[in-house]
Design a protein. Sequence first.
Length: 229
Amino acid sequence: MSFDRSIKIAPSILAADFANFGAECAAVEAQGADWIHVDVMDGHFVPNITFGPATCAAIRPHIKGVMDVHLMIAPVDSYIEDFAKAGADVLTAHVEAGPHIHRTLQAIRANGMRPGVALNPGTPAESVAELLDMVDLICVMTVNPGFGGQKFIDMSAKIKALRTMIGDREIHIEIDGGVDPKTAPLVAQAGADVLVAGSAVFRGGSVQDPAPYRDNIRAIREAAKGVYV
Ligand code: DX5
Ligand code: ZN
């Protein structure tokens, strides 16, 4: 996993066919996805339940590139080893998930994964100021986590503040929630490089008819690059 700040589109399989994750991951990758974003929810940190490490392990062989696992769970630490064994490349925990995010990020790195830290919309950029030398990714939530298909919340000022704080450190800024061709330019201009999109990627397509995935991914990427701005 080499570092660059080019725009990367990371489809969230929260919007895919839950009975067909392996084929869905392969389909979106074949249609141009850069990373695959995997949303793990526990019904405790967020009000929804998805799946855990066993599902991640099952889909891993169907992903050629980066498996980007977003943990919306609390506590986190007792599951880190399981997600490493499941083959996560990036493992992101929420700064709000517990009192010891620093320890959590150390443990993610110690287990051979790239640590990410996520911030809810109500959490300020400054909350990660002491964590910048231990993360490879900062995920700025542009919805309150728990569900796909929600309305985008503009976090441009926070993204810009983080971009300034990061300086020349090799840290990705990822945006998660409500990303589509209309909102992508805002977040890209503010300094984001990884754009997670669920509904806006999977809309209109299927494993049997994956061409819409290509069009949807391209529309978000081109909008982020400024072509349609
Ligand atoms: C929200 C999840 C997101 C979500 C994005 O809790 O973390 O990854 O699936 O879905 P859309 O793109 O539909 O907002
Ligand atoms: Zn997510």
